[in-house]
Design a protein. Structure first.
Ligand code: SF4
Lengths: 341, 614
């Protein structure tokens, strides 16, 4: 046992003996692997890591991680995690959730978590479908989707998680994908490093019920043309040869040929610019459409704001300082008492 | 020329007026003042659901009943000796509630044509002018005019001046009952210290009311109620929700862990959230969540992290929390769910009392999900019951439901409070010998079937918990049929075993040799006590027991029930405990049910029990 306490941790230390029960080929495997790869490098004692999930395919995640973990109930992981992080701020708390869990049944909790800015990481596995219940459309499914519950095509408009998160005043939003391990690892690190609520949306392929939902964005052949890899302080460029750029004409983003513009005239990514983040969040076109804006990946938005639990615990400390540690006898007696002799 | 002061045994006063008239404030001020005189007391605030119900209407009448006595009392009483009616509606809705020859203090300004119409008086009918009040001793006072008169120097607007009317009435009552006004003066100073003009106006109105008694109504009688011969000790006045909050803080301190409250505002439970929020220096964290489900879930998160997680609510909120309570039962972690019951179903009667969530507490979750249930029986009893709920939750690693109700929550009584040092420590199941553990087995149980509590941060004890059925001992997910049945039965047996840790029920009146047993739970304690006491004074062989633990029952409940042929069970519901008793012990009881949003009166119950005594 003494060995494990001194040797640096590896991905293996974070794996459990439980058989992983996702469908073969599911994108969840890659995400699990990247998390197990990144966590040992973060310099966080393993016993201080807690993973809390709701219900759905993705929410089986804690069972496969040799950390503390809770597989809670549908949609409520953010609320459970909030109670934990508030009272145990030293812990590294991760929420693993899916599009149905976070944005449908748990929609109320996710927005309140973000507005409060509790310092947790939310890994939102977005596969645009209900997997565990066997293939109904989800709140992020595109309209006209034909599923078991929508044989004539869905008529719901999908949520745009980035816009929703920014609307809830998130302090961090990033997007990545299961098929790009290096990028996903980098985004996991950024999320963990962010002081405050960090929402990381991961496009995840459900090869059973919604195979290829993000195909154009993840497929090597098409990826470069329809995705935009963001880097802070760098111009927005994309394309197989990075030959295209985005330029802002007033509030209108335009796709331009890089050959026609100097890089300084392109849109330079600034993670801390809310107005620009809001425009980026609206890069939500169907990649198959002619002239579609590329889908941004990376950190769309990241700002520093005091966290909820810091302010909360400051209030508690201040109260102790000003009033002194509570005295039970004083509390119970109150100010007006009388004697019966 | 001072009036002689008449000594009376007890007085029941009811303050009644528009919900904007400051009735609750005047009532609670008079109560706090009364407490310090050493009389025993009991209160019953009764208000409409709307914060500012339509002015002047019968539906908008807010009431506060106070009974104080030189004897020990257990209820706020039935008919009043004194009614303070701020308007026509207040008079009309309470007239059948006052003793003949009782005193009625009327604010004449509240009886103009409009007020009379709103109170549904017939055209030309004005109770001030006809002889409909001839049987009473009526003090007509134009409170509005006199208050404005007293405040004529104040620069406040008329509307603001009129808000001090309740202080004028209060001052008058202080004169009538021969009181010092210092408690209210101190209260006003702390409440309005930052608004000197408002403070001044309230102080002046209070004094003006008192002086009015001296000068104008000098012919009226004055009264004094002597101290009650309560058991020796130091007392304070306490409301149910306050005592409950203190109990929770005490429990956490005694368990040496921090208290976390996750709550969503709901009547009549919100006062616990307010009270606990004040006591951060006890390491208390309060969290006003986005909804009832987040409230309980956050408490589960805190408990998972090693804190004492609490959630407070009323019936509709507990319904929303049901799934999460099931999760906590599966996780087997401590959690206390406090339900301050009110009239239901649905939104029901938010400000009225009822005991109708008992079956919800018993059965209101999916799957086989037994949870311990404790019930509090009076405002001061909330303190001990809260500690008891926490004790069971921590000792037995289970969510516990604590049932109180609106009547207890808002009611007040003198409390001979304990010395905190004499309260025993609360045991927890926190793992404390981490180094000696080779492989942590989260669902390994002690002989009481209770598992241990390893929390994040404990090295080498990393493990996963969740809502899926788990394998015995290891806690790994398991769909094995035999394991599931075993786990269901184990969770039930764990709750049943708590019976070994709770005190036996003791008779409050009488014993097993009596003919009739009055069995109760919750807020019927006081009324049962009074009714049984009166019957016994008439040599009727009636005994009383009252349950704090409803799941599991104390080990001797069945034996007691079986030693009586006649068991009467009064409840503010349609017979919920009756059903449980019949189901559990196969024992027929005679239910006495009232479902009107108000407590049972001792006369009603007395009459009912009398018919069952041979
Ligand atoms: S149903 Fe889809 S999301 Fe769920 S495990 Fe299978 S492939 Fe993955």
């Amino acid at each position: 046992m003494s060995d494990t306490t001194t040797a640096p941790l590896t991905a293996k230390d974070f794996a459990t003996d439980q058989e992983v029960r996702w469908c073969p080929g599911c994108g969840d495997y890659s995400i699990l692997k990247q998390v197990q790869t990144v966590l040992p490098t973060l310099d966080i004692p393993k016993e201080n890591i807690v993973i809390i999930s709701g219900i759905g395919c993705s929410s089986r995640f804690p069972y496969y991680m040799n950390t503390y973990g809770m597989h809670s109930i549908h949609g409520r992981a953010p609320a459970v995690a909030s109670g934990l992080k508030m009272t145990r701020p030293e812990l590294s708390v991760w929420i693993v959730t899916g599009d149905g869990d976070a944005l449908s049944i748990g929609g109320n909790h996710i927005i309140h978590l973000l507005r409060r800015n509790i310092d947790v990481q939310v890994l939102l596995f977005n596969n645009q479908i209900y997997g565990l219940t066997k293939g109904q459309y989800s709140p992020t499914s595109e309209t006209n989707k034909v599923t078991k519950s929508t044989p004539f095509g869905s008529i719901d408009n999908p949520f745009n998680p980035a816009a929703l998160a920014l609307g809830a005043d998130t302090t961090f939003f990033a997007r990545s994908m299961d098929r790009d391990p290096k990028h996903l690892q980098a985004m996991l690190r950024r999320s963990e490093g962010h002081k405050g609520s960090a929402l990381l949306e991961v496009y995840q392929n459900c090869n059973i019920f919604n195979d290829g939902a993000f195909g154009m964005m993840t497929d090597k052949k098409t990826k470069a043309g329809v995705t935009l890899m963001l880097e802070h302080g760098k111009p927005l460029v994309f394309g197989a040869e990075l030959e295209k750029g985005i330029r802002l004409d007033g509030l209108n983003p335009q796709i331009v040929n890089r050959a026609d513009y100097s890089d300084e005239d392109l849109w330079i990514h600034d993670e801390q610019d809310l107005a620009k983040a809001q425009l980026l969040a609206r890069f939500f076109d169907d990649p198959r459409e002619e002239g579609a804006l590329p889908r941004p990946f990376g950190v769309l938005y990241a700002i520093e704001k005091p966290t909820y639990e810091k302010q909360l615990n400051d209030q508690i400390e201040l109260a102790k300082e000003q009033k002194g540690l509570g005295d039970l006898n004083e509390l119970i007696a109150g100010t007006e008492t009388w004697e019966v002799k | 020329m001072a009036q002689p002061i008449e000594i009376v045994e007890e007085v029941i006063i009811k303050f009644a007026g528009d919900s904007g008239d400051g009735i609750q404030l005047a009532g609670s001020q008079f109560t706090n003042n009364t407490a310090l005189t050493g009389s025993d007391l009991s209160t019953f605030p009764d208000f409409p659901a709307e914060i500012r119900a339509p002015l002047g209407t019968l539906a908008g009448v807010s009431g506060f009943q106070l009974r104080f006595s030189s004897n020990e009392i257990y209820t706020p009483g039935d008919a009043c000796d004194v009614l303070v009616a701020m308007n026509a509606a207040a008079l009309k809705s309470n007239l059948n509630h006052i003793k003949k020859s009782g005193i009625i203090i009327l604010n004449t300004d509240g009886f103009d044509a409009k007020n009379l119409r709103l109170a549904n008086y017939q055209d030309d009918e004005n109770p001030l002018d006809n002889d409909s009040l001839a049987a009473y001793n009526v003090h007509k006072i134009d409170v509005t005019k006199l208050t404005r008169e007293a405040l004529k120097e104040s620069s406040l607007g008329v509307k603001e001046k009129d808000r001090a009317k309740n202080m004028f009435v209060l001052g008058y009552l202080y004169w009538m009952y021969d009181r010092k006004m210092d408690t209210t003066q101190r209260f006003l100073t702390s409440k309005f210290g930052k608004k000197p003009e408002v403070l001044e106006a309230n102080m002046q109105a209070l004094q003006a009311g008192f002086n009015f008694g001296i000068t104008v109504e000098a012919s009226a009688s004055r009264y004094r109620v002597q101290k009650a011969q309560l058991p020796k000790g130091t007392y304070r006045n306490i409301q149910g929700n306050t005592a409950l909050s203190y109990g929770l803080i005490t429990a956490a301190q005694k368990a040496n862990i921090d208290l976390f409250l996750g709550s969503y505002p709901i009547t009549p439970a919100s006062d616990i959230l307010h009270e606990l929020s004040k006591h951060k220096n006890f390491g208390v964290t309060t969290f006003q969540a986005e909804d009832e489900i987040a409230a309980v879930s956050s408490a589960i998160g805190a408990s998972y992290g090693g804190k004492l997680g609490i959630t407070t609510t009323s019936g509709p909120g507990m319904a929303l929390k049901a799934e999460a309570m099931g999760l906590a039962a599966m996780l087997e972690i401590p959690l206390v769910v406090i339900d301050i019951q009110r009239g239901g179903p649905s939104t029901g009667l938010p400000t009225k009392t009822e005991q109708s969530d008992l079956l919800q507490a018993f059965y209101g979750r999916n799957g086989e999900c037994p949870l311990p249930i404790v019930a509090t029986s009076s405002p001061s009893d909330c303190f001990e019951t809260a500690i008891e709920a926490c004790r069971i939750a921590l000792r037995h690693m289970t969510p516990v439901i604590l049932l109180s109700d609106g009547y207890i929550a808002n009611g007040a009584e003198p409390w001979k409070f304990p010395n905190a040092d004499s309260i025993p420590a609360l045991e927890t199941k926190l793992v404390n010998n981490i180094e000696n553990i080779e492989e942590y087995l989260p669902y390994l149980r002690d002989k009481n079937l209770v598992r241990s509590w390893a929390i994040p941060g404990m090295k080498n004890l990393e493990h996963r918990v969740g809502g899926l059925e788990k394998e015995d001992i290891s806690g790994n997910v398991s769909y094995d049929p035999n394991n599931h049945e075993h786990m269901v039965k184990t969770r039930q047996a764990k709750i049943d075993k708590i019976a070994n840790f709770i005190p036996k029920v003791e008779f409050i009146h009488g014993d097993a040799s009596d003919d009739v047993l009055v069995l109760g739970w919750g807020s019927t304690y006081g009324v049962s006590y009074s009714a049984v006491e009166k019957l016994r004074a008439e040599n009727k062989k009636v005994a009383q027991i009252h349950l704090r633990h409803i799941q599991p029952f104390a080990s001797n409940v069945e034996e007691i029930l079986n030693s009586f042929e006649t068991v009467i069970l009064p409840e503010l519901n349609n017979g919920q405990l009756s059903k449980i008793i019949q189901g559990t012990f196969n024992k027929e009881v005679i239910p006495y049910n009232k479902i009107k949003g108000v407590p049972i009166t001792s006369n009603e119950l007395f009459e009912f029990i009398s018919t069952k005594c041979t």
